[in-house]
Design a protein around this ligand. Structure first.
Ligand code: FES
Ligand code: FES
Length: 169
């Protein structure tokens, strides 16, 4: 048996026929070609597959595509605005918070959701938000530096020290 789902992803609506057991992660990666969301554990434990569902971060490996039907989904591909990186993405690049990059899409989604809800989170709130995003490379120091920079920049757009032109290219 298959079901008709309507997924609104990064502002585009897709009508798809899927088996009911298929996850949102499968459909994003395999049917829509949006491979930014990564498959890490497939168990809801690593955060690599995080996407925004109506503005809240969820594990797309634990969300069925049919559950996401009719809701607004944003993947890491949808974070950039007007041809430029999101301030959180800029800050991750600037601070070298990206190493192998596997955890990065999920981290960007988590941090963006946090700052949308709390523009000035405490250190404890940042750590709590990131507690579901596992990284084997960065040790989190650079990630936290990036988050602090993103907070400053989102509060005062145009602050000096944005990403160097060669990084933007
Ligand atoms: S792949 Fe979904 S939480 Fe790890
Ligand atoms: S940068 Fe490699 S797992 Fe996070």
């Amino acid at each position: 048996m298959k079901e008709l789902v309507q997924l609104s992803v990064n502002g585009q609506t897709h009508d798809l026929v899927v088996r009911p057991e298929r996850t949102l992660l499968d459909v994003l990666r395999e049917d829509l070609g949006l491979t930014g969301s990564k498959r890490g554990c497939d168990l809801g434990a690593c955060g690599a597959c995080a996407v925004l569902l109506d503005g809240r971060p969820v594990s797309s490996c634990l969300t069925l595509a049919v559950e996401a039907s009719g809701h607004e989904i944003v993947t890491v591909e949808g974070l950039a605005r007007g041809g430029g990186l999101h301030p959180v993405q800029e800050a991750f690049v600037e601070h070298g918070a990206v190493q192998c990059g596997f955890c990065t899409p999920g981290m960007l989604i988590t941090v963006t959701a946090l700052l949308d809800e709390r523009p000035e989170p405490t250190e404890a709130e940042i750590l709590e938000a990131l507690s579901g995003n596992l990284c084997r490379c960065t040790g989190y120091v650079k990630v936290l530096d990036a988050v602090r920079t993103a907070i400053r920049r989102m509060r005062q757009p145009g602050l000096p020290g944005s990403v160097a032109p060669e990084v933007r290219a």
